[in-house]
Design a protein around this ligand. Structure first.
Ligand SMILES: *Cc1c(COP(=O)(O)O)cnc(C)c1O
Length: 426
């Protein structure tokens, strides 16, 4: 062994895992069990009182899920992570730990359609008030800060527009406001962008997408950067005040730089209940082993497809941050030098009808509501993922009526391009 720190590809395969101590199994076993036997009554009491770490019940933790958590924390450069049932559950559990009814958070409106929906309607019903900002206008975040602001939320690469957010600039606003920066890193994956290196305090994933990578399993991850002081000003009582159900311990005081991950587990996951099935954790773990290979290939293919589309006579515009013509090109070179990801949008000269025709003529592409599958995927956001928004909000979110979104797969790029070419002729 050398003193070398393991590289990203090595961590993607090994972080968090070891041969099973009982059987020697090399792959992480699926611990498909709801509950775990205590050694004795004292052991049980100490687990329930958070005086010892260990397995109790799979709603709160499971050994297969724990390997996934440790692996993603390592890949993102965080102190700890929590796996939950979906990307949306990751957002719900995160905000539950931070907000009291009546509080506000600022979010970039360049966001996944489901996130806009969750924040606007369901979070509102909890008394958590979203204030929208424009990821292309850093001053809009500053203007949105009030004494009730408890967090700032952005996507590193925004879904569906594929735009790159200036994470360091937004992190500076968050630091000045004394609130954590939450970055949804779903579209980039830690292979392309590690938001913690640029000032993020919490990183979220829909592991459903590139981490799993094969379109088989829904999952979400919360990563704690360990960077935020939760006890300042008592703004985050769940983390700073005594917890009656845990003998009055204060989570920040007891767990230090992984207190946020603990709070999400022992309060949010325990009480809201969106536990990840160990089977799905296994599927995501297996996907992560090839993350660097897949995401590099996704990005290389996407760049080739974007270049093809940008010279095509039927195409009005291609919004891919990896093209030098993109307004995000410099941000892409800074934050995602290995590639700008697989997901981008383009618009057709024929407008809405041409978009609908294209989607129906494609053969290799699958028409569906997902990204980050090995397969090439296409969707018309205006009539699907973003259909609940009005036209102005659609356009602001990068999902206007003439826009088509693609998630470029890892097939042969010549086949992907040929399929688009025949469909555009169609
Ligand atoms: C898909 C997605 C989500 C929601 O994740 P689920 O796993 O579907 O709940 C959140 N953010 C982004 C950027 C996504 O692409």
């Amino acid at each position: 062994m050398t003193d070398r720190l393991p590289g990203f590809a090595t961590l993607a395969i090994h972080a968090g895992a070891q041969p099973d101590p009982t059987t020697g199994a090399r792959s992480t076993p699926i611990y498909q069990t709801t509950s775990f036997v205590f050694n004795d009554a004292d052991h049980a009491a100490s687990l329930f009182g958070l005086q010892a770490f260990g397995n109790i019940y799979t709603r709160i933790g499971n050994p297969t899920n724990a390997v996934l958590e440790e692996r993603v924390a390592a890949l993102e450069g965080g102190t700890a992570a929590l796996a939950v049932a979906s990307g949306h559950a990751a957002q719900m559990v995160t905000f539950q730990a931070l907000l009291q009814p009546g509080d506000e958070f600022i979010a970039a409106r360049q966001a996944y359609g489901g996130t806009i929906n969750q924040f606007t309607h369901t979070f509102k019903s909890f008394g958590w008030n979203v204030v929208w900002a424009d990821a292309d206008d850093i001053a809009s975040f500053e203007r949105a800060v009030t004494p009730r602001t408890k967090a700032i939320f952005i996507e590193s690469i925004a879904n569906p527009g594929g735009s790159i957010t200036d994470i360091e600039a937004v992190a500076a606003v968050a630091r000045k406001a004394g609130v954590p920066l939450i970055v949804d890193n779903t579209l980039a994956s830690p292979y392309l962008i590690r938001p913690i290196d640029h000032g993020a305090d919490i990183v979220l994933h829909s592991a459903t997408k590139f981490l799993g990578g094969h379109g088989t399993s829904i999952a979400g991850i919360i990563v704690d950067a360990g960077t935020f002081d939760w006890s300042r000003d008592n703004k985050y009582p769940i983390l700073s005040e005594p917890r009656p159900e845990y003998h009055g311990i204060k989570l920040q005081e007891t767990f230090g730089n992984f207190a946020f991950a603990i709070a999400c587990r022992v309060i949010g996951l325990r009480d809201l209940g969106p536990a990840l099935s160990p089977f799905n954790a296994f599927m995501i773990l297996t996907g992560i082993e090839t993350l660097p290979l897949r995401v590099q290939r996704h990005s290389d293919n996407a760049k080739a497809v974007a270049e093809f589309l940008s010279t095509h006579p039927a195409v009005a515009a291609v919004n891919y941050s990896g093209l030098s013509s993109s307004r995000y090109y410099n941000l892409a070179r800074k934050y995602a030098p290995k590639g700008a990801g697989a997901v981008f949008t383009f618009s057709l000269k024929g407008g809405y009808d041409a978009g609908v025709n294209l989607v129906s003529n494609l053969k290799l592409f699958s028409h569906l509501a997902n990204v980050g599958d090995t397969r090439s995927l296409v969707i018309h956001p205006a009539s699907t993922t973003h259909s609940q928004l009005d036209d102005a909000a659609k356009t602001k979110a990068g999902a206007g009526p003439d826009i088509v979104r693609v998630s470029i797969g890892i097939e042969d790029k010549e086949d992907i391009i040929a399929d688009l070419d025949q469909a555009l002729r169609g």
